[in-house]
Ligand binder design. Sequence first.
Ligand code: NAD
Length: 487
Amino acid sequence: MTSVDVAGIPVDTRHYIGGERIASASTFTNTSPIDSSFLGEIARGGAVEVDLAVEAARRAFPIWAATPPAERAATLIRIADLVDENIEALANVETMDNGALLRSHLRGVMPRVAHNFRFFADWLVNHLGHPDFETRGHVNHVSWDPSGVAGLITPWNAPLMLSTWKIAPALAAGDTVVLKPAEWTPLTASLFADLTKRAGLPDGAFNVVQGIGREAGAALVAHPGLSRISFTGSVPTAKTIARAAADNLTPCSFELGGKSPFIVLADADLELAASLAVEQYDNAGQVCLSGTRILVHESIEAEFTEAFRRKAGELRQGDPRDPETDIGPQVHATHFDRVKGFVDRARAEGADIAMGGRPNAELGGLYFQPTLVHDPAPGSEIVTAEIFGPVLTMQTFATDEQALDLANGTEFGLAAVVVSGDRQHAESISSRLVAGTIWVNCFFVRDLRAPFGGSRKSGVGREGGTWSFDFYADVKNTVVAPHGWKE
Ligand code: NAD
């Protein structure tokens, strides 16, 4: 079978290579986290399919790279239009595949997919550039040249959004692309491939190899035909990829995990703080940027906790297709067991599980209750490791120095949230936090012009606006002398 029906939408289960659908002899099974139902057998690629895809991308590269920027941008905008026209299908299939809320996919995530293409098309044509400058009469001209084939590896928590956050700038920069989507969520990449064909992207400029990380993923990142590797995922995988990339000296961009602090200062608006805190359960906690470590000033702990519990109590857990649902399932049984393992070990070590802490018995399956661990032992696993589930910890502090020590005291540095009623106080804290993104009195406000990435083990490099082009393109400086001209 080469196609499956998911939520009434036919999805091709094969790879997309050189504009053609290609099957593999072996497959892997894809199931829905909503109810563990069977979604399909998906082509299981390896070194052979990766070779074919990189070769197709290398053949397409001179054509796409030579396409004038305005035409490249026009193709990207056609892709965005097609995404907009197909939001219902993309949203429904994504929800079946990764269990995230349908209403979020419809209202926020899939519109953002389209925006990724419009944004980088616009940036390429209207904003990418650097003013020429002179050195003793010589003119320096900076340009961004296409670099070759970008190998992209992406996770399952926001599959199409995170893939297109890489695909759009790579194509805008004139690179061609081989994408290896996460094996737990292979479906929307396939639907998206059909849209690139309809948008008139040259065959081979975009390719999808489906498969398992240690097979297709490992073959892709070790391939000498790549000019760039962009990876979003976990720290251990990034280390494996970095080792493979080292053999070819392939430049890598890494967007990795986090254990971000959520700091509530004594002067904070507590209703706002509590509302923002429960947002950290979004996507059932499967968000790299979540402020999972709540750090609250000791003088307001009781009042904040009361407001937090009240708001958390209003969250409805259930089927992510139901518009009333706030928290869906974990993505996969393996991940569910991992999340549960963290909480079970914390409980066994005597941690105070103040809220939740168990599988949702009423719903069964992969639904884990929103959980709060109060006052975890300093340095314990629950407060240092990325859990990537609906599990928050809460600690108190007495002074700003203590808050900063706790906030900065992990190996990560992806994001931070600061809630405060005093601008100077918030600024004083933010300026001393180690993180790629800091939200003050807000959460998840994202502008694609802004740099995005992580410090320490949360990532390597920044993407967004010109930072993305700096990564995907070969940045070149041409120095032109005032002399030697015949005219
Ligand atoms: P993962 O590292 O297990 O897998 C990510 C991708 O890497 C998948 O496509 C997988 O197939 C592939 N992969 C696995 N082994 C590989 C190998 N040896 N070679 C090449 N590819 C391989 O991560 P995950 O569990 O899918 O995603 C969750 C992680 O992603 C969390 O740590 C989360 O914080 C992080 N994340 C980060 C961001 C960010 O922007 N910083 C965004 C979303 C998720």
